[in-house]
Design a protein around this ligand. Structure first.
Ligand code: NOJ
Length: 579
């Protein structure tokens, strides 16, 4: 195409994109953690120009949208989730002009853009927090955050014994003796959402990015924000005993939805309306409020991510989730990996949880936690089994009705980097545990684009977290040349998913085995997953074409057209199209 034709094609794609207001319902959304995706200027930190140079990869992969984790100015006390300026780009990552260029390029490639909004807390470098520190107790500047006097004769004790999510006290003392609340790191002071000024400023931020063409927002810790901080503050033990029924002082309060109703009115000022997806770690039955059309519109479903690779757990999660999304009128979101969790290729190589989230034993342990707390030992994980099950789980997940969220690098089948040297670690959970919890850096190591070259093609310089030698084998250019690679599996599955996607419905099929699940989507699209290790001969009732399979060789066998039934190896999945 000539440059004029390319521009015209990009403009047509952008116009087409603007028309569909339900684009998010069954979209494939690819999460980019900007500092670790691609680095154009060689400073070891990924940047917007780096992303721009890889739009072709995203288009070829076949994603519908990207979600950009925070790229805002930040001191990186929490990987960018400590935002110093909500309406700007970190100079190490780029400029606002480059952001506009990136949005235009993605839209031109038919890919929408979702940005991360972090409303529970800012960075301590935010001008409002700096102003609060400079101002006196009781001032309007302090009223944007949560400041309190301490306990004890001289106020030397924190206002309560609450612990921060990252470890240590949830209160930090400032020089004049007051304390401020931070549910996360001390560099992340919590806003006071009862303050109208805070609410208005976030509405301004939503409009700022929406005006620049952003299609939607991923809302960080969406179940926090509003708090009941009436004195006397309850103790940590009392807090833990409080029911999570909408009246808890800190989490998932009913009144948080007043905020999202206001946000919805802003979303609806745009055509098509901007979208929201809540990161809300709440009981499943409380999720529909976040996902309702009057609220953010969608909420992450993390139960699949927390479930063992087991037929009973997967079926239970899918059945329960689909019933819940019907109640909200939303669609589900499926996630197997993100920037906070042990990559699923590694997680599925760990021993199964006794108490997984499917509640089969009523438990809610997190997959991978115990391994990370044990120091991520290499001999504690079966990587080959993990990779095999991850491919199978991915095909299962991509066939479900609803949106699928992918995390950068999972298309390469990347494993968690468990053995980062302690000196290289950046995650506040590591520093505040201290050193006991290895943290989340292992899934944030910069991506390998080529088997050779400095930082495996991440950029012309180094990488801000060290990449292991085995990344060479997972590099994009290495996988390009291998027909059975994870990259080709993802590309093929995403292309087929686009062709096969129909109404948001699913019906379970009888498989004759407890460790095998099969479901059918409208139009004769069947997904079969063998969770056990015994091979499974596809029954005559599933007759059709095997269009993709997670285990190498299955498609070729099926295409052979012999009289014998197609056999799926243990721990594998296949999609079949009837007729
Ligand atoms: C959830 C984000 O996904 C995580 O990375 C971050 O540390 C916390 N929220 C605090 O912002």
């Amino acid at each position: 195409m000539t440059p004029t034709e390319t521009t015209a094609a990009a403009e047509t794609a952008a116009v087409l994109l603007s028309k569909d207001e339900n684009w998010w319902r069954q979209a494939v959304v690819y999460q980019i953690y900007p500092r670790s995706f691609a680095d154009a200027n060689g400073d070891g930190i990924g940047d917007l120009r780096g992303i721009l140079s890889r739009v072709g990869h995203l288009r070829e992969l076949g994603v519908d949208a990207v979600w950009l984790s925070p790229f805002y100015p930040s001191e990186l006390a929490d990987g960018g989730y400590d935002v110093a300026d909500y309406r700007n780009v970190d100079p190490r990552i780029g400029t606002l002009e480059e952001f506009d260029e990136l949005v235009a390029a993605l839209h031109g490639a038919g890919i929408r853009v979702v940005v991360d909004i972090v409303p529970n807390h800012s960075s301590d470098r935010h001008e409002w927090f700096q102003a609060a520190l400079a101002a006196a107790p009781g001032s309007p500047e302090r009223a944007r955050y949560v400041f309190r006097a301490g306990r004890g004769e001289h106020g030397e004790l924190p206002p309560s014994d609450w612990r921060s999510i990252f470890g240590g006290s949830a209160w930090e003392r400032v020089p004049d003796g007051q304390w401020y609340l931070h549910l996360f790191a001390p560099e992340q002071p919590d806003f006071d959402w009862s303050n109208r000024e805070v609410r208005d400023d976030f509405l301004k931020t939503l409009r700022f990015w929406s005006d620049r063409g952003v299609d939607g927002f991923r809302v960080d810790v969406a179940h926090s924000l509003t708090k009941d901080l009436a004195e006397p503050l309850p103790s940590a033990a009392e807090l833990a005993a409080r029911p999570k029924d909408g009246s808890h002082p800190l989490w998932d309060r009913d009144d948080v939805h007043e905020i999202y109703a206001e946000w919805r009115r802003v979303f609806d000022e745009y055509d098509p309306p901007r979208t929201g997806v809540a990161e809300a770690w709440v009981a499943p039955e409380r999720r529909p409020r976040y996902a309702s059309r009057e609220g953010l519109g969608q909420a992450f479903e993390f139960d699949l991510l927390m479930a063992n690779f087991s037929a009973a757990s997967f079926r239970r999660v899918v059945t329960d989730t689909l019933a819940l999304v019907r109640r909200s009128g939303s669609s589900s979101t499926w996630v197997l990996s993100n920037h906070d969790e042990v990559r699923h290729a590694t997680r599925y190589g760990l021993p199964p949880l006794k108490n997984d989230v499917a509640g089969l034993n009523g438990g809610d342990e997190k997959q991978g936690r115990a391994w990370i707390l044990a120091g991520a030992p290499a001999d504690g994980v079966d990587l080959a089994a993990g990779s095999r099950r991850a491919r199978a789980a991915t095909l299962f997940m991509l066939a479900l009705p609803g949106a699928a969220y992918l995390y950068q690098g999972e298309e390469l089948g990347l494993h968690e980097v468990g053995d980062l040297p302690d000196e290289a670690r950046q995650d506040p959970t590591f520093f505040r545990s201290p050193g006991v919890d290895k943290g989340r850096d292992g899934c944030r190591v910069p991506l390998p684009w080529s088997a050779e070259g400095p930082s495996f093609g991440f950029g012309p310089g180094g990488a801000h977290l060290p990449q292991p030698a085995w990344f060479a084998e997972y590099a994009v250019d290495a996988e390009e040349g291998e027909a059975d690679s994870s990259l080709h599996l993802y590309r093929r599955a995403l292309r087929l998913r686009r062709e096969l996607q129909g109404a948001e419905e699913l019906s379970w099929l009888e498989t004759g085995r407890d460790d095998v699940l099969a479901f059918e989507r409208p139009g004769g699209w069947i997904a079969v997953t063998v969770f056990g290790t015994e091979p499974y001969a596809l029954p005559a009732s599933f007759a059709g074409r095997v269009v993709v399979a997670s285990a190498p060789g299955v498609e070729a066998d099926a295409a052979g057209g012999g009289a014998a039934p197609v056999v799926l190896p243990g721990e594998s999945s296949a999609w079949i199209v009837r007729g």
